[in-house]
Design a protein around this ligand. Structure first.
Ligand SMILES: Cc1ncc(COP(=O)(O)O)c(C=O)c1O
Length: 298
């Protein structure tokens, strides 16, 4: 009973969950989503995730308020039904069913799918030693196309980037934009440390503003670090003093190598480790019991 799926309020095991083949989420990827995780059984930064879900829906004119169920209580109900282990929760909001064709007018109401599953473990060695990334030749979609600020379920571009990274033996791809500036990973944001400054690509360069990214910027600034959003060239990652990825299911993951080049002798640096400790402390404050991904403080 550790995996449950809730479709428009109907809650059950994955085998019984169903969505219509005429749903626009299925036909066009016409949907938005969030990935949330629990710490100590409670969804972490839930308010921020729900705000972003609403914002993504608004940017695509998917009518969030016409959803057939109230999303927040359904998330809690699904988590409770899925049993006690820590959960990864995917919340999907589609435009709903409609006739074939692009016209959104006859579509809806939206479909809400909430999927709770055991939270995937991050191997301790990834946290301790870092992961390898590769700058791939799949570019991040420009903001004038499907804006990366929208957390849409239309993820084929991210998948192509991920596949390119796999072929290069890397854990996560790093995507450049059309102007060859660093953006982010296929499912993570990117930070670099240069000359004791913490830098991350700005929204204007075409990124999803990650919830974890926002928390890391807040923690860094509160700790007195010089932390900025700055447009970065690929070389500023390869020659960084330190670098790391952030995401809900990854927490803060140090980068060990980029394109085969070791970052800081291939070991997580002091600023990365400091931010990992601050992140862990915040998780514990918010949940009393939780711990960050890969942590030994279970
Ligand atoms: C493209 C992309 N960027 C960044 C992130 C990290 O966002 P968050 O910290 O909100 O999980 C994700 C998460 O899945 C993502 O898909």
């Amino acid at each position: 009973m550790s995996e449950r799926i809730n479709v428009n309020g109907v809650l059950g095991p994955p085998e019984t969950a169903c969505v219509s083949p005429l749903d626009r989420g299925f036909l066009f990827g016409d949907s938005v989503y969030e990935t949330i995780r629990t710490y100590g059984g409670r969804p972490f930064l839930l308010r921020e995730h729900l705000q972003r879900l609403r914002r993504s829906a608004e940017l695509l004119e998917i009518p969030y308020d016409r959803a057939p169920v109230d999303i927040e209580p359904e998330i809690h109900r699904t988590i409770a039904d899925a049993g006690p282990s820590e959960k990864a929760i995917r919340v999907v909001l589609t435009r709903g069913q409609g006739p074939l064709g692009y016209d959104p007018e006859p579509c809806g109401p939206p479909t809400v799918v909430i999927h709770a599953r055991p939270c995937p473990e991050i191997p301790a060695s990834f946290v301790r030693e870092g992961v390898d990334v590769a700058v791939v030749d799949v570019t991040r979609n420009p903001r004038t196309s499907l804006d990366p600020a929208i957390k849409s379920s239309n993820l084929l571009n991210n998948f192509l980037a991920w596949r390119a990274a796999q072929r290069l033996g890397a854990y996560e791809p790093i995507l450049l934009n059309a102007s060859e500036r660093l953006t982010e990973g296929a499912s993570s944001n990117l930070f670099v440390v240069r000359a004791a400054r913490l830098l991350t690509p700005p929204p204007a360069d075409g990124i999803l503003e990650g919830i974890t990214r926002g928390l890391v910027l807040e923690l860094a600034r509160a700790d007195g670090l010089d932390a900025s959003e700055e447009s970065l060239e690929a070389d500023s990652l390869r020659s960084a003093d330190e670098a790391f990825l952030t995401a809900t299911l990854k927490g803060i993951l140090p980068i060990r190598r980029c394109d085969g080049w070791p970052i800081r002798h291939g070991r997580p640096g002091p600023i990365t480790r400091r931010l990992m400790a601050l992140f862990e402390a915040r998780v514990q404050v918010e949940t009393n019991t939780g711990s960050a991904p890969g942590s030994t403080l279970k």
